[in-house]
Design a protein around this ligand. Sequence first.
Ligand code: UFG
Length: 333
Amino acid sequence: MQKSKKILVTGGAGYIGAYVNKLLQLEGYDTVVLDNLYSGERNSVHKGFFIEGDFGDEFLMNQIFSDHRIDGVMHFAAYTSVGESYLNPMKYYANNVSNTISLLNTMIKNGVNHFVFSSSAAVFGIPLVCPIKESAVMMPINPYGETKKIIEKILRDYRTAYGLSSSSLRYFNAAGGDPAEEIIAKRTHVHNLIPIAFRSILNNTPLTIYGTDYETNDGTCIRDYIHVHDIATAHILALEQIFENPGCTDYNLGIGKGFSVKEVIDVVEKVTGHVVPYQIGPRRQGDPPILIAGSEKAQKNLGWNPLYTDLESMVAHTWNTTVREELFSELSG
Ligand code: UFG
């Protein structure tokens, strides 16, 4: 019988990494989960060998690669707040770029040649054309997007020079939660529209809609929301692809359909049965009016088909897997 492959999942206690770890295990992979628990939650990791630590710790990484026969790395660990990346770019370049380079170099030294990278739609900045295909020009408008673009470029160079195989997966707006409700998280570190809408219900404090004067149907920004389950299945398909056909690839992950901020609020109200208090504010710096993914490449080359294309499921799965008391106490405490 063929021995199962062992995957190192950095950031595997986080929002997306924890669910991918669960799916990898269900697919028969062995996993080693590395997380410094900065935003990840230990009890989100139900299976696999858990190590609390930092992927930027070169000594630790060398130790992990010599102790475990790692076949591939899925790299989720990163700082992900666009707003914070404007205020503290040093933190973002140090972790998302320098530490990732150190991880890649340690992998190469240890003969680990397969890497799946959590990239982002933020690499595109304000797109000239929607839906956004992989071939679209990458012009990030914030330090966070820049960090992801830099690593994608490094991965292309490392493929040519060192034969490292990689797949960069550019998530559009990640949403949802474990549909089986096994991974239940506090999500106090997730500062995106859907959890913010939950917080405004729980604390009865208004959410601010950042701008109602965009050239969209209702004047609010439009985003392509993609369920964590579908992000996870894309990771496994991308991993299998680079094991079978070594190379350096990239894929945009979205459902190809957009929802406005107001539509998201309507769905949150419908799913939770609560009114979302909100107020209208000015535009937020660096918000593209519309972001919609062109994901045909992932569908064609990976055979990826998003299962959840309705916002109701994404909101319901987020609501059902969020420890709501924590969201409440975060603001009231
Ligand atoms: N929004 C509000 N009020 C809020 C929060 C968000 O109106 O309190 C709006 C934003 O202006 C935006 C939409 O809701 O139009 C979605 O905002 P999020 O902050 O949830 O997500 P972003 O689209 O800004 O960014 C997300 C991830 C990034 C990633 C990007 C890629 O957070 O890491 O998607 O598309 F880079």
